[in-house]
Write a protein that binds this ligand. Sequence first.
Ligand SMILES: Cc1ncc(COP(=O)(O)O)c(C=O)c1O
Length: 401
Amino acid sequence: MRPIEKSARLQSLPKYLFAELERKRYEAESAGREVFDLSIGDPDLPTPGFILDRIAEHAREPRNHRYPTSAGMREARAAIATWFADRFKVEMDPGREIAMLLGSKEGIGHFPLAILNPGDEALVSDPGYPVYAAGTVFAGATPVRFPLREESGFVPDPRDLDKLVTAKTRLVFVNYPNNPTGATAPKGFYEDLIGWATRRDLIVVSDAAYSELYYAEAPPSIFSVPGARERAIEFHSFSKTFNMTGWRMGFAVGAPSLIEALVQFKANVDSGAPQAIQLAAVEGLKSLGVHGPALRGVYRERRDLALDTLRRVGCPMRTPGGAFYLWGRVPERDTSMEFVTRVFDKTGVLLTPGTGFGAEGEGFFRIALTSSVDSLRRALQKLETLAPWKAPHASPSPITR
Ligand SMILES: Cc1ncc(COP(=O)(O)O)c(C=O)c1O
């Protein structure tokens, strides 16, 4: 038999950057060294008991033991439409404009396969959640990266995006509150973006997985801009809002033609999201008035503790407006990977190198605020032993094709 090779598309994805860090972590743990993991964006807190109770109840209903539908249960979609109207002041049709997903990643990764043709181009942010580019590559299309710059608040200007558009460009991905930078979209951003996308006849994919994790104003939906209804799809997640990463539940809201394409694609690769979890998750939305502020309070305390400590040791950190990440500049002369490796070797604290999110992440590192205040405090004490941190380097690159 010939040696089995991975598909060319799979092989063309960036090399797995974290393998070396994972090896180091394994060695350290095997040697009995304490490891403080600030690298994984996966909530340490459990799924709220009221959701677990509902999952258990719905799991006993025989109707939920059979195949779900690809678009999701009508009653789940109706509950989402109710929440969407209340939270974002936008009415969406549960029949045509909402679909349930096996986590938002499933929808984000599959959407390009439902819409793009080989040779098409998609604009993806750099740094950014790697699934935008991966889904585009699996569709045989080309990801064209646009930089998110610190001096612009990690938000792209449509005039800069315009320089990257060709006849092959079909869609653009945006993500606010942002992973990895913690940036939120300023007022008017979605108006400008949709205005530009309309002139260029592009589809807009808005990843709103962190919409309920914010520190000041609640972020809007892209559908607060009327023109979005014809050309946008927005991905939402229960993962971070309800500490439900393991249950895999999310949903898409958007233009009927985009939702229909995604659901048709899904009908060919999965059989929909488990119904007991759909029902329990959407019931959770009713509790957001109480659960949301409590959850945001938890992350605010962690954020403030980490910002205070890191700034004190000389590391300039931007205050994030949302999500549960801190994005900092590595000290001078180190690459992101060198810095993260050095920090781990000296302290046992595991950070994420900015280059894990694209080349523009060079010179940055990410901290996930997904450890208890006690473990975070201990990890920060370790980081303090590295003080003083030297001035950071700046390396803005021009937007060119
Ligand atoms: C920006 C962003 N979008 C989407 C997701 C996917 O989340 P899920 O598939 O759990 O809904 C993540 C997960 O980390 C993320 O960071």
